[in-house]
Design a protein. Structure first.
Length: 429
RNA sequence: GGAGAUUUGUCCGAGUGGUUGAAGGAGCACGCUUGGAAAGCGUGUAAACGGGAAACUGUUUCGAGGGUUCGAAUCCCUCAGUCUCCGCCA
């Protein structure tokens, strides 16, 4: 485990034990005893740290004195002093060892603690308990003989799953011809939409180190869900959020540069073990998919305004594609590990007759910035943790699925107006 | 991948074992000066983690980790980044 710094969260846990427990319960976190274990271990840690530092201070003072004595030529006094320091050395080493152990213990427990939900997050155990904030767009009436996207994909030769299996394995799609071009068109259009919204485009590495994966909270929580390259101890990114947020790891951002708004297109890699049936059919769930992400870093006082702004930004994008969608406020039990509040966007997939999640917009408050030490200076010159936020704008495969299904006609698949300049045609026939 | 050089604060840069968290400069902030600005002068200018109501104070940090030593930016080891040459390569 990389060093992620002594967490400021500790002070909060100490003085808000009840609140922390309450929040964890809302998030459906099972291992509630962890909180008291952390508090106890941290008390021990402080104690050890105090004792250790006291001895270190003593040693430093004595060592300085030795230097002075030697300078004065009082060799014997210096030797006597040396013996004195040597005597406490063993104790120091002993303490330091214990301290390191306890620190590792505390850190190890702390990284397993999820973020607390915002007060406004509703109670609930699962996706069934999410709140629909609003719904928009007509559910299209499909013509007779309308089919799900996996059949359309075959019919128009847009994606070749069999060959993807041959090349790699199941869940790896081979986009082809118009299918590949439509992907590229969407990526380009989504990025342009984000740039117009004030986001700066980035092309980050698609592979990250463990420090980055810890920073955004993928580790240790989602260890098994990322592809790991053992030889180099690197991870394939599950989302652009990881490299993009880590751009500012260990940085102090001048307040004049806030909020930081970034966007990036990347492929995303997810192992997603243990799903089956209609959930993974066609493009519903794949191991590698394309996504355009938006990330913001904002001052704590404004982060919930920023969250709403990001929701509107994504909403406009979906609207422009003419897809029926709804926005959900996730309940405590359905939220991600690192999030304090999450809105999910779902588009309607007319032939499957179900909602598909295409975006997730979250405020992480200081959970990620605490791990990554992303800070700013306030008016008083004090360093303050920033809040980090991110959202998909958008995840492509399910958008493609729903575009194909909703826009199918007996003559072919209509391309939404906004994509036509990028795609170079108004129909796939 | 091989060989050599290098890695110091916001930046440049000094520093080969003893008040060095770090000279000097630049930048930045504040103050003085000025009709105003520039120049000039003065002062200040890292973070993390502790103790303390606070003033203040302790520890750690000179690429990262380990070691030697009473004491390390300075010596040793391992790893990483950068640069140059060679090799390989889109």
């Amino acid at each position: 485990m990389p060093k992620i710094g002594r967490m400021l969260q500790l002070g909060f846990i100490h003085s808000n034990r009840e609140k922390v427990l309450e929040g964890l319960k809302k998030k459906n976190f099972q291992d509630l005893e962890l909180v008291d274990k952390i508090i106890a271990s941290d008390d021990l840690r402080k104690n050890l740290q105090f004792n250790t530092e006291e001895l270190l201070a003593k040693r430093n003072a004595a060592s300085k004195a030795i230097g002075a004595l030697i300078a004065e030529g009082r060799k014997e006094d210096a030797e006597a002093k040396k013996a004195e320091v040597s005597a406490i050395k063993e104790t120091i080493d002993n303490y330091a060892l214990q301290l390191a152990e306890v620190e590792a213990l505390v850190d190890g427990m702390l990284v397993r603690l999820p973020n607390l939900p915002n007060e406004r997050v509703p109670e609930g155990k699962s996706a069934d308990d999410n709140t629909v904030i609003r719904q928009h767009g007509e559910i299209p009436q499909l013509h007779d003989g309308a089919v799900p996207h996996w059949d359309l994909i075959t019919k128009y030769d847009l994606v070749d799953f069999q060959t993807g299996v041959k090349i790699t394995g199941s869940g790896f799609a081979l986009y082809k011809g118009k299918g590949a071009k439509l992907q590229r068109a969407m990526i380009q259009y989504f990025l342009d939409h984000n740039i117009a919204g004030g986001y700066t485009e980035y092309m980050p590495p698609y592979v990250v180190n463990t420090a980055s994966a810890y920073g955004t909270g993928q580790l240790p929580d989602k260890e098994g869900q990322m592809y790991h390259m053992a030889i180099d101890d690197l991870y394939l990114i599950p989302t652009a959020e990881v490299p993009v947020t880590n751009i500012y790891r260990d940085e102090i951002i001048p307040s004049a540069s806030l909020p930081v708004k970034m966007t990036a297109y990347t492929p995303c890699f997810r192992r997603e073990a243990g799903s089956f049936g209609k959930d993974v059919r066609g493009l519903n769930r794949v191991h590698q998919f394309d996504k355009v992400e938006v990330v913001q870093m904002a001052e704590a006082s404004t982060s919930y305004d920023v969250l709403e702004e990001m929701v509107l930004h994504v909403e406009k994008l979906i609207q422009s594609l003419g897809l029926p969608y709804r926005i959900l406020l996730l309940c405590g039990g359905d939220m991600g590990f690192a999030s304090a509040m999450t809105y999910d966007f779902e588009v309607y997939s007319a032939a499957q007759e179900r909602w598909l999640e295409v975006s997730s917009v979250s405020n992480f408050e200081s959970f990620q910035s605490n791990r990554m030490k992303i800070r700013t200076k306030d008016e008083n010159g004090k360093t303050q943790l920033l809040h980090t936020l991110n959202g998909s704008s958008l995840a492509l495969p399910r958008i493609l699925a729903s575009l194909l299904e909703n826009y199918q006609t007996p003559e072919g698949i209509l391309i939404p107006e906004v994509l036509r300049p990028y795609f170079g045609a108004d129909m796939i026939a």
